[in-house]
Design a protein around this ligand. Sequence first.
Ligand code: GDP
Length: 299
Amino acid sequence: LFPFFLHYILTSSTPYTALPAVLLLGPSGAGKTALLTLFERGPLTPPSTSEKTTSEPATAAQTHTSLTPASVELAVSSDSSGSSFRDDLDSTGATAKKFLLIDTPGHAKLRGAAISRLADSKYSLNPSTTSRSTVTDGTKLKAIVFVVDAAGLSDGDTSYDTSLPSTASFLYDVLLTLQKRATKAKGSKAPPTVPVLIAANKLDLFTALPAALVKSNLEAELGRIRKTRSKGLLDSGVGADDDLAGGEESDEWLGEYGSDKFSFKQMMEFDIEVDVIGGNVTGDGPGADKWWRWIADKV
Ligand code: GDP
């Protein structure tokens, strides 16, 4: 307990300590803003018990379309009791680890900006592009939560109405950027790699795929994208000079180089941990607790 206590004293007595940050990414409509709101204000709907609550039910923050990410300051209990985002840590007097949860616009045209910031191995969040003054230059990226709509990720072969290709291509860019960042940093004083949680959201809907299927569909699609993107290189005959081509091509290849099928496990080669966990923000289902615990473990 003492190290936590010490940590708390150190961080709480330094007013300008940069908080660790967790970045929310994912296609628009997946539920990023809803999740941020849930973590900030507690459950959107009152508990199903007949118990009357005096507080107003929170309404979801409006999805913003500006370039400015919205961020909220959150805290997890620093002991291992596995606190919930519902706990009011201030009132329990618990020591807490504070972090920033940062929402990003999911609109395709604005994705480049979010991804390009990841490429910097000294990832820092520019205070002028965030809505809260609590984001300072030294803010460290601890984890990425990539939110997907589990009800819209059926295999493109069987469904025309799927966002699997576009979601996977966004995820491919995020993972490849993290992979390049890890490769570039090798040898030098490497920044800690950033773990990724794929939050398979909307499991309250009966049309939603279970997390295991979300995972395998994404893996298959990422493999297809990898094949397509590397085909250009192979067809153009760059392979003539093995040294050069091998180097350049493997830079653009996600996961284990030359492997036939892609799996998230291959990212471990670059110390990038990828987990897929199902849940939901609204309605009945497993809820958001597992995501919260995953985040608590990483900050
Ligand atoms: P964002 O674009 O990723 O920020 O997505 P939003 O947070 O704006 O959510 C998009 C829509 O999905 C909204 O209408 C939300 O109410 C809805 N939504 C978010 N989470 C869930 C969920 O767990 N289940 C269901 N059924 N709908 C959800």
